[in-house]
Design a protein around this ligand. Structure first.
Ligand SMILES: [Zn+2]
Length: 491
């Protein structure tokens, strides 16, 4: 017994020794950037232009559905007036009638170009919560240090910030080291099947092989990393896939006074309950593992011991992350029942009951593997399972967090907050973006918007009281400006 105890003690001490050694061997965190001279953004004027942009109700409701083309054309005209130098110096093509593709020819056209993406459309505002908005969703009010309205975070902010940065460089007769394409879609919120896809196809046909593509998706925030107090940024290196399945239960209908042994409603309920009880397995791998590993050098020592030893602590870390829905979603394919319908009268057994379940597919799985598992879990011949008409996609390829493109984004972020050691981490984007259309054509696709998020901001996106701080907006303009001024560093 004594021997066993001694043996266990040796094992535990040895293990702790190994863990501590690995924690000590972690690379040093990337140090603070030196202060550089940055062009000052005229915050008030820039905010006014963002405000003007919000006033156009460029709403997307359904892919291929009706579009308020007048709102989009009005918005295009607004951009031409607000950014005269851009429209005098860059080539503009309208793609699928309403999407905008600008070409800014660089100093050296033999270098691979870059692509800055954004989208002009916004999600609708439900009538039911209109009264909860402090300022009208299309008012563009500038009040209390914020620009208010739909699109101020998602994603007119990107479109306007990019144009603001280009206009400013043109005013100083600056030209980027390599060609810059600006692609602004008109249907991102409904899948981008007509806007982004057509623009990507068009550039690919021209032989464009971008050295860097940036779209929305990653963010920066203070205190975003547990145990790390300062500002941190996450840059999307992949996005999850998307699949909605319609489950239909069929049974004999009839009078509710004589129910059959199995009803359509009962069978469908059982199927949904089975899916919720059998979640897709959690796994700390791919971009999410990379994110956790990249956090380690910035963490306090006790946390370093855990993060530097994922070979041992991985399951524990995954379990902790799984407690919070936002981090849980990074670990697995998510299951969300979103629509349900059955029955027309209280005393009639419906012959059919249907539900839609939405899945966000993590890298490593596909639409096919998800369908197969759903069939296995439900295992009921009364239920048919078919994809809905919504756009569906496999997870995107994973871009390299050690690439020159990622390095340029990271150094641009760090350069904006000199004197601070800012973690810039790779990240798996849970929602879909227009960047997915580059997936098959480029391995240099990243997702990031340099707006410092504030408490509660995430729920404003697609929600009530979407707003952008005037200061935060200036940060986004500075980011794109600094990035475009350093394209020579992209190797
Ligand atoms: Zn968006």
């Amino acid at each position: 017994m004594k021997r066993l105890f001694a043996f266990l003690l040796v094992v535990i001490v040895g293990l702790l020794g190994v863990m501590a050694a690995r924690a000590l061997m972690l690379p040093a965190p990337v140090g603070p950037a030196a202060a550089t001279k940055m062009v000052a953004v005229d915050e008030a004027t820039a905010a006014q232009r963002l405000s003007g942009a919000v006033k156009f109700a460029t709403v997307s409701t359904a892919s291929g559905g009706p579009i308020d083309t007048a709102a989009f054309r009005g918005f295009h005209d607004f951009l031409a007036t607000a950014f005269p130098r851009v429209h005098a110096s860059l080539t503009l093509e309208k793609v699928s009638a309403l999407s905008l593709l600008y070409t800014w020819t660089g100093a050296d056209t033999t270098l691979a170009p870059i692509v800055l993406m954004g989208h002009m459309d916004v999600v609708p505002v439900p009538e039911s919560n209109l009264r909860e908005w402090t300022h009208g969703p299309f008012s563009g009010d500038v009040a209390d240090g914020y620009v208010w309205g739909r699109g101020t975070m998602d994603d007119k902010v990107t479109v306007l910030a990019v144009l603001e940065a280009v206009e400013d460089m043109l005013s100083r007769n600056e030209r980027p080291a390599r060609t810059v394409y600006l692609t602004f879609g008109h249907d991102e919120e409904v899948g981008g099947r007509f806007g982004a896809r057509a623009m990507v196809d068009s550039l690919v046909r021209r032989g464009v092989k971008p050295a860097l593509v940036i779209d929305e998706g990653g963010v920066m925030a203070t205190g975003a990393i547990p145990g790390v107090s300062g500002l941190a940024a996450v840059v999307g290196i992949a996005e999850k896939g998307y699949l909605s399945l319609r489950l239909t239960a069929r049974a004999q209908g009839g009078h509710s006074s004589m129910p059959t042994e199995r009803t359509a409603v009962g069978a469908l309920s059982r199927a949904i309950a089975a899916l919720e009880a059998n979640q897709f397995p959690l796994s700390l791998d791919g971009p999410t593992r990379g994110m956790v590993e990249a956090m380690a050098p910035y963490s306090p020592f006790s946390q370093k011991m855990v993060l530097a030893n994922l070979w041992l602590t991985g399951p524990l870390v995954a379990r902790m992350m799984a407690r919070v829905p936002t981090s849980a979603a990074m670990l697995h394919t998510t299951t969300s029942p979103t629509m349900l319908s059955a029955g027309i009268k209280d005393n009639v057994l419906p012959p059919e009951a249907t539900a839609v379940v939405n899945f966000r597919i993590r890298p490593g799985e596909t639409q096919q593997t998800v369908m197969a598992r759903v069939r296995d879990v439900i295992a009921d011949s009364m239920i048919s399972i078919v994809p809905t008409d919504s756009a569906r996609t496999d997870p995107s390829p994973i871009s390299d967090p050690a690439s020159p493109a990622f390095a340029l984004i990271a150094s641009t972020i760090r350069g904006m907050v000199p004197g601070q050691s800012v973690p810039v981490l790779p990240y798996l984007v849970g929602g879909g973006t227009d960047a997915k259309y580059w997936g098959p054509h480029s391995s240099n696709v990243y997702r990031f918007l340099a707006v410092p998020l504030e408490q509660g901001d995430v729920s404003r996106i697609h929600g009530v009281n979407e707003r952008m701080s005037v200061k935060g907006y200036a940060t986004a303009v500075t980011f794109f400006s600094q990035l475009m001024q350093h394209l020579d560093q992209l190797k």
